[in-house]
Design a protein around this ligand. Structure first.
Ligand code: DOR
Ligand code: ZN
Length: 344
């Protein structure tokens, strides 16, 4: 039995760090575990200009514990009217690592998202040309599509068309939740990859309704049936370079979650690596964790892998019931549970 795992320092290819007081209280949870993170731009207002991207990066760096070695990688939020020139110049100037596509109203702060993919054709064309990755929240939003089908329908209605029109465009299908998405990515060319969260590997949709409504298990895309969770576990642990770590850590104050209309998002940053280690251990695939967490992402983004190492050890780690943030609390993923892995 493996009891100790020394791996390259991992990166998180999908995080929500928020802004203001919340940013200060959450950023170091991510920076303690990861060398770099792709930071989502769904602030209010969203990050849609180079100027806003630079300013947000400065605020993240200012909030960072100076003893931690962490690099935030900023993304640009695509809107119907965004200019290709701004996006690509942001990439060339080293401000934007990638662009994020939120279909309008798909999730938190996505009201300014894209209403029709045709509206951003010149942007996608320019991104393809410059090698800038497109990060996709892959869900359709029509009210006649069942919430559990939104990802699968997105593949058919949007993604296949985008790939046909921009065959060289690098695309990350973010936080995939279905067997359909895992299969689709597996069968696509090497410019199509996906991130997988620790929570979608850990529970299926029953968890949201176990004995009552459990808002801390609610996120978007919503967790699906067990067969989909099993397909995600297979993809993540397969060793395929198309799948890599992206937590989608999405903190919301307890009151915003435990509400008549609770926000989507799971705050998993504090014990993300311990949670992934749990899954890989249960799958008998600890030897694949380093590729998933530390190698496949940088390779896809064309960045060097991190120099440092981390040590994961088989030892009991108790996850707090809640964490103090600003003047309130946040319930973290695995709250109150004992995990079998710890980071030294
Ligand atoms: O659960 C989610 N929370 N999914 C998203 O796509 C956005 C995120 C957030 O920003 O809260
Ligand atoms: Zn997200």
């Amino acid at each position: 039995m493996t009891d100790k795992l020394i791996i390259r320092r991992p990166d998180d290819w999908h995080v929500h760090l928020r802004d203001g007081a919340m940013l200060k209280d959450v950023v170091n949870y991510t920076a303690r575990q990861f060398g770099r993170a792709i930071v989502m731009p769904n602030l209010s207002p969203p990050v849609t200009t180079i100027k806003a991207g630079r300013a947000y990066r400065d605020r993240i760096l200012a909030a960072l514990d100076p003893s931690l070695d962490f690099t935030p990688l900023i993304t640009c939020y695509l809107t119907d009217t965004i200019e290709a020139e701004e996006v690509v110049r942001g990439h060339t100037e080293g401000v934007f690592t990638a662009c994020k596509l939120y279909p309008a109203n798909a999730t938190t702060n996505s009201a300014h998202g894209v209403t029709n993919i045709k509206n951003i054709s010149s942007v996608l064309e320019a991104m393809q040309k410059s090698g800038m990755p497109l990060l996709v929240h892959g869900e359709v939003t029509h009210s006649d599509v069942d919430i559990f089908d939104r990802e699968a329908v997105f593949i058919d209605e949007v993604l296949i068309g985008v790939i046909a029109d921009y065959p060289e465009l690098k695309i990350v299908f973010e936080h995939i939740t279905t067997q359909d998405a895992a299969d689709f990515v597996n069968e696509s060319d090497s410019n199509i990859a996906a991130t997988i969260t620790p929570h979608h590997l850990d529970f299926n949709r029953n968890a949201i309704f176990q004995g009552g409504i459990r808002p801390h298990y609610y996120c978007l895309p919503i967790a699906k049936r067990e067969k989909h969770r099993l397909a995600l576990r297979k993809a993540a642990t397969s060793g395929s370079p198309k799948f890599f770590l992206g937590t989608d850590t999405a903190p919301h104050a307890i009151g915003a979650k435990e509400s008549a209309c609770g926000c989507a998002g799971i705050f998993n940053a504090p014990h993300a690596m311990e949670s992934y280690a749990k899954t890989f251990d249960e799958e008998g695939a600890l030897d694949q964790l380093e590729g998933f967490a530390s190698e496949h992402g940088p390779k896809f983004y064309g960045l060097p892998i991190n120099e440092g190492k981390i040590t994961l050890e088989r030892r009991k780690t108790i996850v707090p019931e809640s964490l103090k943030v600003i003047d309130t609390e946040i319930i973290p993923f695995h709250a109150g549970e004992t995990l079998e892995w710890g980071i030294s």
